[in-house]
Write a protein that binds this ligand. Structure first.
Ligand code: MG
Length: 203
């Protein structure tokens, strides 16, 4: 399986990191070893001093496909949850300054936390989902999928031009504004449509 991620998919987040609003989706990937399953804690990596959370809606691919048209993309996912795209922001900034790839800042072990998947239904329509992230009980991020620059169906159409999508792949769809640091002992909890679907502890 692979983990496909979209960067800068909410205008307010692109602005907070002083990035331009993209005209095409910004895509990167994480390997299988990055996956942090529910109930697992993330151990603060030794190579960063600025580990940050990015809470994102995550869809699970349910059919194999390539060159998927946007109008048929909804047939290729059937479950949704929240995840954390953990980012070593200091490492990412260094890499960006040098014009180098982001993997060491974004794709390290445990950097892709996912919550409990729920079926896509009328209530969990991926294009109309409100979500928020609590850090130690305080709301730090609030988002709504209608504010995405590229919708989930547009992302699937775009990504599948380059990469075959396979059953069990995950797509992290980008984070809204409010990203920030985590430290050992912090607890992150994600709520989708008011229901808690994600909990991650940092150790
Ligand atoms: Mg992200």
């Amino acid at each position: 399986m692979k983990i496909i991620c979209v960067g800068r998919n909410y205008a307010d987040h692109a602005k907070e990191l002083k990035n331009d609003i993209p005209t095409e989706p910004v895509i990167f990937m994480k390997p299988k070893g990055a996956l942090l399953l529910p109930t697992k804690a993330l151990y603060y990596p030794e190579f960063t001093n600025d580990l940050q959370y990015e809470c994102e809606v995550v869809v699970r691919i349910s059919s194999n496909g390539k060159f998927i048209q946007e109008k048929f993309a909804y047939k290729y996912y059937d479950q949704v949850t929240l995840g954390i795209d953990f980012t070593a922001r200091d490492v990412q900034r260094d890499q960006q300054k040098k014009g180098l790839p982001w993997e060491i800042a974004k794709a390290f072990d445990g950097s892709a936390a996912v919550g409990t998947f729920v079926p896509v239904t009328a209530e969990t329509n991926v294009h109309n989902l409100a979500f928020l992230l609590h850090k130690n009980g305080v709301t730090v991020q609030e988002g709504h999928t209608r504010d995405m620059i590229f919708s989930i169906d547009q992302i699937i159409a775009y990504v599948s031009k380059f990469f075959t999508l396979n059953i069990g792949d995950f797509i992290f769809t980008g984070t809204p504004a409010g990203v920030g640091p985590v430290n050992g002992g912090d607890k992150l909890e994600g709520y989708m449509q008011g229901n808690k679907v994600l909990e991650v502890e940092v150790k």
